[in-house]
Ligand binder design. Structure first.
Ligand SMILES: [Zn+2]
Length: 292
């Protein structure tokens, strides 16, 4: 009898593993087929000029991804931040840019997006030059946790979206970290198609990272890539992803090998995207907090 029970349970488990992905995929297809609310289109036009300027086929794809993303991910307001469609759609539209043209499981580890009204304080400790541990507070625009959360400052979300060509976008940055984590290891290398791509990625990324570090050590102040990318390979991947989506033509011109690696991974040629109009409403007086 126990053998029979174990056999039945094993069969049920096997059936679950076979059917569960199909059920998820059918549910997502239904969500994608739903009508996209006109109010959400208006939010994208108003707050996310990069998404609103995409070629028509990518805009359609993006809208489908947004519907699944918003159906699956919980949003939590922190320190009094109200969560409404403005917040949800503005964040989802930027996060889903990273999913275009790629097979995706919609940031599978991510369960919650926590939103603060503005930059949030994080207690940090570091060891100073004479070996004494100093504690302090860092102000962050965003953070990505491997345990299933992305944390964002709403003020910085708007600032990042408002100028689609400055290479600074906290949502793109933090969701690049989520892609990076999908391998189970956050190390600056997302899941790549095959060993050849892996080898090419390692070679190019390491060379470009070291070149940025060296340029900063030499005292260069006008590096095209954000110096924050020199922190480590993890931040480098997030920073170059921001540049890839917001400054495609410039990235291709300044760092062609790097652009090609990102193009092979993201499968959208951002160097050919039409120039988006910059929304003056949010871009004046932009201030950037470290993305984390
Ligand atoms: Zn980061």
């Amino acid at each position: 009898m126990p053998i029979l029970i174990v056999t039945v349970l094993a069969l049920l488990l096997i059936a679950w593993f076979i059917w569960q992905p199909r059920l998820v995929s059918q549910r997502r297809e239904r969500q994608q087929a739903e009508a996209f609310p006109p109010a959400w289109r208006a939010i994208i036009r108003r707050s996310v000029p990069l998404a609103a300027s995409l070629p028509a086929d990518l805009q359609m794809q993006l809208r489908r991804h947004i519907q699944v993303f918003l159906a699956e991910k919980a949003f939590v307001g922190c320190q009094g931040q109200v969560i409404d469609d403005e917040v949800r759609v503005t964040i989802a539209a930027q996060a889903c840019l990273l999913l275009l043209n790629r097979p995706t499981d919609y940031f599978p580890a991510l369960r919650q997006v926590l939103v603060y009204p503005s930059a949030f304080g994080v207690d940090i400790e570091h060891t100073d030059d004479i070996g004494v541990v100093q504690s302090g507070r860092d102000w962050r625009a965003g953070e990505s946790w491997q345990e299933g959360q992305v944390i964002l400052s709403w003020e910085d979300v708007l600032t990042g979206a408002a100028d689609p060509h400055d290479g600074w976008n906290v949502v793109i940055h933090e969701f690049a970290h989520q892609l990076d984590s999908e391998t189970g290891l956050t190390d600056g290398t997302p899941a790549l198609a095959n060993p050849e791509r892996q080898a090419s990625w390692s070679r190019v990324m390491q060379a470009e990272f070291e070149s940025l570090v060296t340029a900063l050590e030499r005292g260069e102040e006008d590096t095209f890539l954000d110096p924050y990318g020199a922190s480590d390979p993890v931040e480098f991947f997030a920073v170059v992803t921001e540049a890839f989506f917001e400054q495609g033509p410039e990235l291709r011109a300044h760092h062609p090998a790097l652009f090609e690696e990102l193009l092979a991974f993201y499968r959208v040629d951002t160097s050919a995207w039409p120039t988006a109009r910059v929304s003056a409403a949010h871009s004046v007086g932009a201030k950037h907090h470290p993305p984390g």
